[in-house]
Design a protein around this ligand. Structure first.
Ligand code: DHK
Length: 151
């Protein structure tokens, strides 16, 4: 058995990181986020599949593909977190641990950002800690998977 695979999925507009509202999302690019994840994965001895899409349907298909393939999902759903029942349904259907990440603190922004459908499927949420939130989520997921293996 190789290292467990964790799928790290990113939704719409996250390809614009670094250019997009840097005061809110920071100066790091999506490539920088991927590097943080690669380094955390090496340290934690897990494998990652890091992806981004602007498409709601594509994001849902990627979640579905995780069934039987990945051991856990870390997802920054972008704006779809606030709007997509379909994404929630996909996350509920795969029966995998899910951690939700937001770079910004969604609770100190507009009211509509305070609700996330995705949270209904998530074991935990990291928000407001910028890129380091991804590293924290990977650390937590590696721990969750070790607990599962001990059972
Ligand atoms: C990213 C987005 O694109 C927004 O739509 C969310 C989230 C917040 C983030 O902080 O990473 O509201």
């Amino acid at each position: 058995m190789g290292p467990p695979l964790i799928s790290v999925l990113n939704g719409p507009n996250l390809n614009m990181l670094g250019l997009r509202q840097p005061a809110i999302y920071g100066r790091a690019t999506l490539d920088d986020v991927e590097q943080v994840c690669i380094q955390a994965a090496e340290r934690l001895d897990v494998a990652i599949d890091f992806r981004q899409t602007n498409g709601e349907g594509e994001l849902i298909s990627w979640v579905q593909e995780c069934r039987g393939r990945a051991r856990g999902i870390i997802i920054n759903p972008g704006g779809y977190g606030h709007t997509s029942v379909a994404l929630l349904d996909a996350l509920l259907s795969v029966e995998l641990p899910v951690l939700e990440v937001h770079l910004s603190n969604i609770h100190r922004r507009e009211d509509f950002r305070r609700h996330s459908y995705v949270s209904q499927a998530a074991m935990g949420v990291v928000c407001g800690l910028g890129v380091r939130g991804y590293g924290l989520a990977l650390t937590a997921m590696a721990d969750i998977l070790m607990d599962e293996d001990d059972r």
